[in-house]
Ligand binder design. Structure first.
Ligand SMILES: [Fe+2]
Length: 169
């Protein structure tokens, strides 16, 4: 059974993952409206990833005698970006915010004897490290290919490969 304290912490993390999923959807709209369908798809895939994390936490809470709660307000995500580079720098910030939150939660679990939840969180800790590395690679690609208007056609095409996992910096 989960203690009330750990349940509250997990519900707070559920809200953060849901916010990240929404933030990626806002980015998908921005990219698609600019005629960048493959960059849009990158954001849809990232949104799905965050929703998957959210559901894993949600189900863990309910499966262990707790009550998972999705808040009705998640906060307003950023909807406009100056350039593709700016958008991906925001992606890095978003992922880093989630990394800090997961690390803080894992540290709290260890210090408070919540060992099962601490172990449950380990894949999340490693996945955040992986996410930050991948976003850094994408930022390098964007910087190298250029993100001026004249570069956007080929930059977007490159995201087709990135989305298939076939291109990295
Ligand atoms: Fe996540």
């Amino acid at each position: 059974m989960l203690s009330n304290a750990v349940q509250d912490k997990l519900n707070a993390q559920i809200a953060k993952e849901a916010f990240a999923s929404n933030a990626y959807l806002a980015m998908a709209t921005w990219a698609e409206n600019l005629g960048l369908p493959n960059i849009g798809e990158y954001f849809y895939l990232a949104s799905d990833d965050e929703r998957t994390h959210m559901l894993q936490l949600y189900k863990y809470v309910n499966a262990n005698g707790g009550k998972a709660v999705m808040p009705d307000q998640l906060g307003e995500p950023q909807r406009e970006f100056g350039t593709v580079l700016e958008a991906f720098k925001k992606v890095f910030d978003l992922e880093h915010t989630v990394t800090l939150a997961i690390n803080e939660l894992a540290t709290w679990c260890l210090q408070n004897g919540e060992h099962a939840t601490y172990l449950f969180l380990q894949p999340f800790v490693l996945e955040q490290q992986d996410s930050e590395r991948k976003v850094s690679e994408v930022i390098t690609i964007v910087e190298r290919m250029g993100y001026e208007e004249r570069n956007l056609y080929y930059l977007d095409k490159t995201f087709k490969k990135i989305n298939q996992g076939g291109e990295s910096a």
